[in-house]
Design a protein around this ligand. Structure first.
Ligand code: ZN
Length: 168
């Protein structure tokens, strides 16, 4: 699909890959959230610290999906709720590191809508595929680029409490 024909291989080290470090509890929490809201999309905010390798997450905070008319394939966090989460994070010395949402009966791959509606450059966007109510693959994509016009998603590695998971 317009990509080069090279197969994705684990030893292709062309670009530096960032790493999203997730506490196992946060990883499980966002996957449980995805199952609970099925067949609708769940969404939430990841709070953490910036490191040279990528974000180190401390906590996944649930948010309501404000896209109530098409919650099966869209998500949106109300600005008011996001501001509240951000104030709470700052109080504890944490930053908004990224966002998570689910793809009910769809793969854990970002969509054109996901990219169009992602505006937090440098943040991680975590997507969990849910098949018939069961959480499947979870992937993370860094929103890369220095300006809105040249933003793009770059797949990153998810590390759970020091071990690699969910990425091959
Ligand atoms: Zn999506």
């Amino acid at each position: 699909m317009g990509r080069n024909s090279a197969m994705e291989s684990s030893d292709a080290k062309a670009a530096p890959v960032s790493t999203l470090r997730l506490p196992r509890a946060a990883y499980l929490a966002l996957r449980v959230h995805a199952e609970e809201t099925y067949p609708h999309e769940c969404c939430g905010v990841l709070l953490g610290h910036s490191t040279p390798e990528g974000w180190r997450i401390e906590e996944a905070v649930r948010a309501a999906n404000a896209h109530t008319d098409s919650a099966h394939n869209r998500y949106c966090i109300a600005p008011k709720e996001l501001v509240k989460i951000e104030i709470g994070a700052r109080r504890r010395g944490l930053q908004i590191a990224g966002f998570y949402h689910s793809h009910p009966d769809h793969g854990a791959q970002w969509s054109a809508t996901d990219l169009a509606e992602a505006h937090w450059l440098g943040c991680s966007y975590v997507i969990t595929a849910v098949a018939q109510g069961k959480a499947m693959e979870t992937n993370s994509f860094l929103l890369s680029g220095t300006r809105e016009e040249c933003k793009r998603f770059v797949r990153e590695v998810i590390r759970l409490d020091g071990e690699t998971a969910g990425a091959e």
